[in-house]
Design a protein around this ligand. Structure first.
Ligand code: ADP
Ligand code: MG
Length: 215
């Protein structure tokens, strides 16, 4: 059983794993975006996370916040479109909440997700129910907050499950923002692509933490 928290190096490794998983889901995310948007979400996320991989591999970091900030800045400048701002802001907002902590535990996860949620909502003005990534992110942040005294492997899994439920719920929502908005009722039955990305990010984080704790 490993330590219940991650070092800065583990966090960097975790996001390299996240990057790999997002790149592998390029076509899946494009397909989701083709149903209710312009079909480029997978292209953007995959380009963004390839840039993240390069950035993380090139540099070393002193604390968790620096890693998250580097990820956010990289996504912001490499994805483009609505989701560049949205996913960049998520990590930058998360980084700001964390301070100079050098270990990633349940409190850190909760701070990252809550700080990220608030920053994205402030920037993009999306609310719960608008059929955006917020519908997967905010429930995950709430779950992480509720379980911030649990061990990381536990809170991570609960946050991931909350994001999956939130993403599933977007199928029953009519889009009120972004490229899916003009579709109105026709956006029903399809999940929001950004919500799917949030779920994939948290799923990869959860898998990584689970594997690490086994060793
Ligand atoms: P674009 O809409 O520019 O084609 P993408 O297809 O990459 O960008 O991303 C679309 C996703 O971005 C949506 O599924 C949604 O989750 C997210 N999104 C768009 N606008 C907002 C917003 N204002 N707030 C939060 N998320 C948003
Ligand atoms: Mg799109």
């Amino acid at each position: 059983m490993g330590l219940p928290e991650l070092t800065v190096k583990d966090v960097k490794e975790m996001f390299l794993y996240v990057s790999e998983q997002l790149k592998q889901n390029k076509e899946f995310l494009n397909k989701a975006d083709r149903a209710i948007g312009d079909g480029d979400h997978g292209v953007g996320m995959s380009r963004g996370f390839e840039a993240v991989r390069q950035k993380l591999e090139e540099e070393s970091y002193q604390n968790i916040s620096e890693v998250l900030k580097a990820i956010g800045m990289t996504l912001l400048t490499s994805i483009g479109g609505a989701s560049g701002v949205v996913f960049g802001t998520l990590f930058i907002g998360g980084a700001k909440r964390i301070g100079d902590q050098t270990s990633f535990d349940s409190r850190c996860l909760s701070a990252m997700l809550l700080g990220g949620t608030e920053a994205v909502k402030e920037r993009g003005r999306a609310k719960l129910g608008d059929k955006t990534m917020i519908d997967a992110l905010e429930p995950a942040a709430v779950a992480a907050k509720e379980h911030e005294t649990s061990i990381l492997v536990e809170s991570m899994k609960l946050a991931m499950e909350a994001s999956r439920e939130g993403m599933e719920k977007t199928k029953k929502m009519v889009a009120r923002l972004g490229k899916a908005r003009p579709l109105g009722q026709r956006s029903l039955g399809h999940p929001d692509p950004g919500a799917l990305s949030i779920y994939l990010i948290l799923k990869a984080m959860s898998e990584f933490v689970e594997e690490l704790m086994k060793t």
